[in-house]
Design a protein around this ligand. Structure first.
Ligand code: FAD
Length: 317
């Protein structure tokens, strides 16, 4: 079933979460271990991230380095198919522009269609490590809006080449990303909002936010979207902090602020166990407030660990 249909039929706030494919070489059990503890809370859908290749250099002796392009976390589509088959839960594969030509994208969408997957979260993706900015594939998309446009075209039965124009349409529900604290590359909130609106006009039926820790920023962002004529559901993305290291890299990586009461509480924590407990308590408060405000769904970023998410969800649902 499509995410948008789950949202339309919902009688209250839904639950969903995001998982990462395991590192290459790890087996699928690590995925089951992430999903199983959350199943009893009846998630409406589970997102699976997509990870593009990274450039690494291997020592080959005599001072020689071999440049290798390696995808460390392959398997997004396979995991999505497994989630539907094993758990009977709808899955949402993430699809990015980076590394895909338009034809690669078309083929990937056909594959999702054949697998009976009804959803896709359409993203641009980030720059490859060691590259200063995002470089689209030759004949690929430079922005998520173009990818959304291609998916919408395929949903209308419009394939890339003339001779395929009579072909069968796909029927994928399209989601897109949004940033209550602004996308890091955006010149300002106003341009970011204008481009976000274009994604919705191109066919995004709902939005999922970047993680945030200050609910007032989410509420202000939703108001701003509504004032700009963006009317689709905006699902808040939540991430419980579970160790001190995350407090260093999350704000830097995702360009988000931690609220002052959070950082004050953090300073009082003596070790990572206390940081984790504090992250859970804060997550419970945050999720309860959002649910009380009637958000369409609470979407948790598990980043491969479901223990803290479970502790929050069992207090909130
Ligand atoms: P876009 O919508 O293309 O926006 C990128 C930037 O370009 C913004 O600053 C925007 O203002 C600007 N912009 C947009 N359109 C235009 C235009 N037409 N002309 C000029 N400027 C424009 N990354 C992954 O690699 N894999 C994942 O699985 C993944 N999942 C994610 C899930 C969520 C919910 C979120 C919030 C992010 C996720 N990301 C993922 C990260 C995402 O790929 C990055 O944040 C990326 O930098 C931007 O993606 P986007 O789809 O928002 O891009």
């Amino acid at each position: 079933m499509k995410v948008i249909d789950h949202l339309r039929k919902a009688n209250g706030t839904l639950l969903s979460f995001e998982i990462l494919p395991p590192l290459k070489g790890r087996d699928i059990r690590s995925i089951y271990e992430g999903i199983d503890p959350l199943l009893e809370f009846k998630p409406s859908f589970i997102n699976v991230t997509y990870h593009r290749e990274e450039v690494i250099y291997k020592e080959r002796g005599h001072g020689l380095l071999q440049k290798i392009r390696l995808r460390k976390r392959p398997g997004t589509v396979g995991i999505c198919a497994m989630i539907k088959a094993k758990y009977n839960v709808d899955s949402v594969p993430h699809l990015i522009c980076g590394g895909f030509s338009k034809e690669d994208t078309e083929d990937a969408l056909i594959e999702l269609n054949f697998l009976g997957i009804d959803n896709v979260l359409a993203l641009r993706g980030d720059a490859v490590k060691n590259e200063p900015h995002f470089i689209p594939e030759r004949d690929g998309h430079a922005h998520a809006v173009e990818l959304i446009d291609q998916i919408s075209s395929l949903n209308r039965g419009k394939y890339m080449y003339e001779e395929e124009q009579e072909a069968a349409p796909t029927d994928l529900c399209i989601g897109a990303a949004c940033y209550p604290e602004k996308h890091p590359e955006a010149l300002n909130m106003s341009t970011d909002m204008a481009y976000l609106k274009k994604k919705v006009e191109a066919g995004a039926e709902y939005l999922v936010t970047q993680m945030f820790f200050d609910n007032s920023k989410y509420f202000a962002f939703v108001d701003e979207c509504r004032a700009n004529g963006i009317t689709v559901p905006i699902i808040p993305g939540l991430k419980p902090i579970t160790n001190r290291k995350q407090t260093k890299f999350l704000p830097k990586t995702f360009h988000i602020d931690l609220p002052v009461d959070y950082t004050n509480a953090l300073e009082r924590c003596k070790n990572d166990d206390e940081v984790k407990q504090m992250g859970i308590e804060f997550g419970i408060q945050q999720a309860k407030e959002l649910k009380a405000a009637g958000v369409p769904c609470l979407h948790f970023y598990t980043m491969g660990r479901s223990e803290a998410v479970r502790a929050i969800v069992q207090e909130v649902f």
